[in-house]
Design a binder for this molecule. Sequence first.
Ligand SMILES: NC(=O)c1ccc[n+]([C@@H]2O[C@H](COP(=O)([O-])OP(=O)(O)OC[C@H]3O[C@@H](n4cnc5c(N)ncnc54)[C@H](O)[C@@H]3O)[C@@H](O)[C@H]2O)c1
Length: 402
Amino acid sequence: MKIGIIGMGYVGQELAKAMQDNELHFSIEYYDPFIDARLCIGALPIIAIRRESIQELRDCEYIFICLPTLLNEDKTPNYSAFDDIFREISTILTGKTIIIESSVGPGTTEKYKDYLENQTRFTCGEDFYMGFSPERINPGDKLNTFQNTPKIVAGCGRVSYLKISNLYCFLCDKVVKADTTQEAEAAKLIENCQRDVNIAFMNECVMTLGLDRIDHNKVFKLCRTKWNWLNFKPGLVGGQCIPVNPYYLWASGFSEYEEPSTDILTMARRVNEWMPNHIVRVIHSLMNESFKGKDILIMGVTYKDNADSCKGSRLFDLQSELIKWGTKVDIWEPKGRWRQMESGKCDVVIIGTASKWVQEFIEDKGLCDLYKKDLPDNKRVLIDLPGIVNDYPLDYKYWRLK
Ligand SMILES: NC(=O)c1ccc[n+]([C@@H]2O[C@H](COP(=O)([O-])OP(=O)(O)OC[C@H]3O[C@@H](n4cnc5c(N)ncnc54)[C@H](O)[C@@H]3O)[C@@H](O)[C@H]2O)c1
């Protein structure tokens, strides 16, 4: 069976890999003008044919849309890539099943289905089929995979649902039916928004407890002994999903009333956006002297632990904020273009992520050599955002976020 994928980024590649691993031997074609033709997930190459235009996907029975969901400057959703792609798809639509896997606002799949029907005079469920199935993979997570994470599937009508769920049954252990595409779209966004809100509350606790008198991690440890405590941790919320999805949810605005009490998500976003600034204040207060001219190193800047990508990492906001305060900031991240690190150069070391390669560096080489040789221990600042350093000289000025 020929499968087309539009947008061969992280989500498109995971989907292609799941198909490639499948004994049915799908033949995969893709359209993505912005990436290299050699596709790789980890060490495994993906066998897929690169196409130069959507027209060349006309023989594919199924077409998956894995485009990025972007924001405009004013934080409103940007669907321009979807508009362009659906215009093209309308010219090759006959008999095809179109599935959106990107995280879109409630009503989006129906909107594009209506568009295709209007453009072609075809009927969904008879001449073509359409639905939504959100991708729920967690980059870097070896336990929760594409295959074992329940796959929510919604069709624009019964026939579309059956066509789509029949295919996913071969790829995933469990398919969960959503009655409407709007419900499935909302579910995906709300899953991520729930994380945003809970992490924001933990970040707010960190800010509220302050630096000197109460150790927030000791407080959280006590809280964890209660059976109904939810084990969220504070942190920098990065990437292209969690910080973006709240804006897609807001923009859908389905309520007919002006509700005075729908501010939780707004506040959560504000708290999480502020977090890099809070960390700068922590470092400043630990240094107890002017920031100007100090040398800082951030180790690990992927947007989350063990991710392959640095896209959307809030550690760059931390870097920019520190630079505004007059410091010099270097980065070390083997998963990016920052591979070199000079020893004997730092006043402050910031551990950004708990990625495997960061932990291995710390275990093999330790951190002491990174600091300026003549800098006394009690002037050395170590900021451990993921909370992975257990062994450091007692005189160091040490702070851990998690
Ligand atoms: N990465 C994740 O962990 C994850 C998890 C679940 C859901 N999602 C959602 O899935 C969607 C895709 O995410 P991603 O992480 O794969 O993004 P990505 O940026 O890694 O990939 C998107 C791909 O689309 C391509 N593209 C952009 N414009 C295009 C166009 N006009 N035509 C063809 N290709 C185009 C880009 O070159 C890129 O390769 C987003 O909505 C995201 O929120 C992502």
